[in-house]
Design a protein around this ligand. Sequence first.
Ligand code: AMP
Ligand code: MG
Length: 405
Amino acid sequence: MSLMPVDQALEIISQSFSRLETESIALAQALGRTAAEDHHAKLTQPPFDASAMDGYAVRAADVAKCPVDLTVIGEAPAGQSFDGTVQPGTCIRIFTGGPVPKGADTVIMQENTDRLDESTVRIMTGTEQGRNVRPAGNDFTEGQMLIAAGTALTSRHIGMMAAANIAVVTVTRRPRIALLSTGDELVTIGDPVGPNQIISSNTLLLSSLIVENGGEAIDLGIARDTVASLEQKIALLKATDKVDLLITIGGASVGDHDLVQKVLGDHGLTVIFWKIAMRPGKPMIFGDFNALPMIGLPGNPASAYVCAVNFMLPALHIMLGRPTPGAPKSIALLAHDLPDNGSRQNYMRAHYQNLADGSRIVTATPRQDSAKLSTLAQSNCLLIRPPHAPKAAAGEPVDILLLLP
Ligand code: AMP
Ligand code: MG
């Protein structure tokens, strides 16, 4: 098989997924979930003209010339209204969040007043009409669309929806992604690490990426590099409730111990493509395992991660109904020269910085070893070098993929 160009691979994978079914949940449970439909305000906020300050609610005309003495005829703390009308020459004491009464149109902040006695206040400095009053509906009005379908709900969205009395939210079901690591050398974190062993860090690397992006990760554990062990994991997968995507890690190459394609193939895997024209990540597999989409990631952590960001993330976002699937793209200016690129699209681990003038500069990490987690952890973007890109000089613009958060 020849190497599949990255864009074509992404196109094929994207077409294999569609949005999952929806469910209704309590707003309190909705953090990180994806809205499946537009959500509208159930009330108007603020519901009445509200004071933005502690002070006095006055008629602007009365404070056109200051100082002026006004008669204090009542009070409106938050949660309580003054039911009378503010007539010329009068005012009421008001507090932040308190309803501005009929007749009044302006609030004078307390600091600009002098309370002479129980019933008189001296307004030292006036202000323009409407100042320090939040008009009804200033924030949003009943029926207004507040959250668009496809929005990933953050704490800020949830706060706004709470204020709008949206107690129940319709969200897309969390995509369930099963992770199967393969390798005789791997141990689960927390277990004793033998002399020739390493920890299966990819399991947590990828499950964290899945959870960060609104999915649910199901850890199928580690298969040894034997047919029997892989078959045992296939049985475990079959016994697992509703899986939307299978990710295997490692064993995707052509080594003697790379059994994933062979064993899964014996149990119903159709390989849709194998090997992508990218670096790192060339040996990635995409297939159909008995109607379950399957991505076979290479084992090296940076390779696994780069492939997951490029292909698993869009799949996950499409299943969630997010409007722009995948990691966001941006442009940054190179902080240093780069040599010309080979025939595969190169994803360099890199770090960008925003400059005061609004531009971005990007620095590739010095060693692009796909086994290195320390440089991956320091990166906040992937610097994209297209196939056959000529050498580039410091200051030239390049495409980057942002790694969020
Ligand atoms: P493989 O693709 O199986 O040839 O693995 C390539 C490299 O990635 C080897 O050095 C493996 O030890 C390493 N590797 C494979 N799976 C994992 C994993 N789950 N976590 C960390 N490293 C891994
Ligand atoms: Mg292996």
